[in-house]
Write a protein that binds this ligand. Structure first.
Ligand SMILES: C[S@@+](CC[C@H](N)C(=O)[O-])C[C@H]1O[C@@H](n2cnc3c(N)ncnc32)[C@H](O)[C@@H]1O
Length: 402
């Protein structure tokens, strides 16, 4: 970014809130300062305190969200809180047709919820083999019960991809699952616009939560490091250097879904493909958020949850989800060695496939908020792994950020 652009962004960041009648100091405090918040007295908060204590006195934001959503007393542990979509009725024909078109006889579904889509597919195509990877124990029980009552069998039903023993090429299916996986929160603690240089975490003690910038030593305790915008988690290295953040600006980057996709690509048998159906972000310009990719709360009109304090005060009561930029995900997959051969509106595509039982020869609608990606076959190639910020942002940052 040029010095002129940077200067213009800085001036804008000072004057916008003033013009809106907000004092800069109040604005800074609300959106950019690290927060200290009193948490509600709940079983989840007790679990989080204990988790912190056992893990070096801190949690990464990803760990916090993971427990908040999928922990023993997290949002999804309550049977009544299961969040399912209406995809089975729309997509069962489509997925069966995709498998047939690519000659795949096995479907591995990641984040299958209660298994409704699987059973609808098997009702149409009993020869299809199905395996599920579902993190929530309550849902794995539901899937087993539903298969039993329907007199159907699955190949494997496991908690994580590492437990899969997949031998034959398969369609690896992610239906509204990637955006349910918690991000890590990156921040730029420097004085100039730059790539993220630190990760945020929290300390929780005696019912108080304190946001902290994690030290290199603390990151190393989680087998993580961040240098020059390149994030390392275990043996995964992801280049985030194009995420230019303003000082104190945060970016919620979906590390767990990126790592899961990388593991899927490296473990899937040759000839497999990936199919992703999900919500993506297209909100350039219209709505201004001080941070990038903030969590979404389905109960809100605009969905984006910008009030950081409230996130903590209502901990465990909201089914946050985390859509990412379609462009970033497509480029990431390409850098893993699997480019998308089809990107289309999931609604238009499911309707087309219901009617024609095959893939269209040209895209139907690429502007949709919910999209379907299908990749080429996995051939175990891996290049330099990048997760770039979508191209529009690289040029128009200043027009839509504070
Ligand atoms: C919004 S629900 C969608 C469920 C279903 N695919 C549907 O469309 O109705 C997200 C699902 O992903 C699961 N999930 C979240 N993180 C996961 C992970 N790391 N591995 C496997 N499943 C996960 C959740 O438990 C839940 O079943």
């Amino acid at each position: 970014m040029s010095t002129r652009e940077e200067l213009s962004r800085t001036i804008r960041s000072i004057f916008r809130p003033l013009l809106a009648g907000t004092r800069v100091s109040d604005f800074q405090k609300k959106f950019y300062d690290l927060q200290t918040v009193k948490l509600p007295d709940t079983l989840l908060v007790h679990d989080l305190e204990e988790l912190c204590r056992r893990n070096g006195g801190f949690l990464t934001m990803g760990e916090l969200y993971q427990e908040e959503l999928y922990g023993t007393h997290g949002y999804y542990a309550k049977k009544s809180n299961t969040v399912l979509t209406d995809t089975p009725s729309r997509w069962a024909d489509g997925i069966v047709a995709i498998c047939k078109e690519f000659g795949l006889t096995h479907c591995v579904e990641i984040g299958p919820g209660d298994g409704s889509l699987a059973l609808s597919m098997l009702a149409q195509e009993p020869q299809l083999n199905w395996s599920g990877v579902e993190i929530a124990g309550v849902l794995r029980e539901k899937i087993a019960e539903k298969f039993h009552s329907a007199g159907r069998q699955y190949d494997q039903l496991v908690e994580n991809v590492g437990q899969l023993r997949q031998k034959d090429a398969a369609l690896y299916l992610f239906v509204y699952a990637l955006d349910s996986m918690p991000p890590e929160v990156f921040i730029n603690t420097g004085k100039k616009t730059s790539a993220p240089n630190a990760l945020l975490g929290v300390r929780i003690q005696n019912g108080m939560l304190q946001e902290v910038v994690l030290s290199h030593k603390e990151l190393a305790q989680r087998k993580m490091s961040l240098a020059k915008g390149v994030m390392t988690i275990g043996d995964e290295r992801i280049d985030l250097s194009s995420w230019h953040l303003m000082p104190q600006q945060r970016a919620y980057i979906p590390m767990s879904s990126l790592v899961l996709l990388s593991k899927t690509v490296s473990r899937a048998p040759k000839g497999s493909r990936i199919c992703i159906i999900d919500e993506f972000r297209k909100d350039k310009g219209a709505y201004v958020s001080p941070h990038l990719l903030v969590p979404r709360d389905p109960r809100l009109y605009r969905r984006d949850k910008t009030n950081i304090r409230q996130n903590y005060e209502h901990i465990g009561t909201i089914d946050y989800y985390f859509p990412q930029y379609s462009y970033s995900l497509q480029k990431y997959l390409a850098s893993l060695g699997v480019s998308c051969v089809l990107v289309d509106s999931e609604m238009a595509l499911s309707a087309y496939m219901k009617a024609h039982h095959k893939l269209p020869r040209k895209p139907l609608d690429t502007e949709s908020k919910t999209q379907c990606f299908i990749t080429n076959t996995i051939e175990k190639r891996k290049k330099k792994v990048v997760y770039p910020l979508r191209p529009e942002d690289m040029h128009t940052h200043s027009s839509w950020e504070w």
